[in-house]
Design a protein around this ligand. Structure first.
Ligand SMILES: O=C(CO)COP(=O)(O)O
Length: 257
């Protein structure tokens, strides 16, 4: 049975005081002995330590939004996987559509980052998802397949225990347009099928596939009730305690119903 996973991607939002306050609010909703669900917050790099301190002793895990693949050296502005581990991160988001489409990251670069993160002991939340134009051209599955294949090149069956996939259709991110539960479930089932083909049925069954794209308290339970949707990666609604905590509660309700 896959454990439902609620993750917050704070993107480039908040400042020190508001980040700490939000983290405290989320921590208060997830006790250290939380048994039903997993919860994760991914603040910007400068606030990792403070947010890590605020969630320490709760059931909330800490993650970063990116990493660089080189271990150390003359890479101005970049942050290594060992640095993320050193400041208390357990997870890193990789391949987010904003990094693919705004910053211009390729599957090849994302693949190097995946390898570096896994080598350092970080768990990876690998994001994939199609543009609206891809969906309209009936290319959703081909695009997702290519992203998975490129990003997971060289990642072993055993490594996959440390990887979760987030399906985030780009047209649903920050737009208020959520994929319908049928659209999301269909894409998730496709990803699981891809995992079964590339790896095996055990890996496919065990890997968590999260949905991301305009998740809100009022659509979270419906999405997470789908058989292949194992959680949500939340952007905008993860920035407010009174939106993110109800999504955590929705997950708990689905998990225990
Ligand atoms: O990109 C996302 C999470 O990584 C989703 O963002 P929104 O929830 O703001 O649509």
């Amino acid at each position: 049975m896959r454990r439902l996973f609620v993750a917050g991607n704070w993107k480039m939002n908040l400042l020190g005081a508001s980040a700490k306050q939000l983290a405290e609010g989320v921590a208060a909703a997830v006790p250290a002995d939380e048994s039903a669900i997993d919860a994760l917050v991914c603040p910007p790099y400068p606030y990792l330590r403070a947010v890590g301190g605020a969630v320490d002793g709760s059931g909330v895990q800490l993650g970063a939004q990116d990493v660089y693949h080189e271990p150390e050296g003359a890479f101005t502005g970049e942050v290594s996987a060992d640095m993320l581990v050193d400041v208390g991160c357990g997870w890193v988001i990789l391949g987010h559509s904003e990094r693919r489409h705004v910053i211009g990251e390729t599957d090849e670069l994302i693949n190097k980052k995946v390898a570096a993160a896994l080598k350092a002991g970080l768990k990876v939340m690998l994001c994939v998802g199609e543009l609206l134009s891809d969906r309209e051209a009936n290319q959703t599955e081909a695009v997702v397949d290519a992203q998975l294949a490129g990003s997971l090149e060289g990642v072993s069956d055993a490594d996959m225990a440390q990887v979760a996939v987030a399906y985030e259709p780009v047209w649903a991110i920050g737009t208020g347009v959520t994929a319908s539960k049928e659209q999301a479930e269909s894409a998730h089932a496709h990803v699981r099928n891809w995992l079964a083909g590339r790896y095996n049925s055990e890996v496919a069954e065990a890997t968590r596939i999260l949905y991301g794209g305009s998740v809100k308290p009022d659509n979270a339970a419906e999405l997470m009730s789908q058989p292949n949707i194992d959680g949500v990666l939340v952007g905008g609604a993860s920035l407010k305690t009174d939106l993110f905590v109800p999504i955590i509660e929705a997950a708990r309700q689905v998990a225990t119903s």
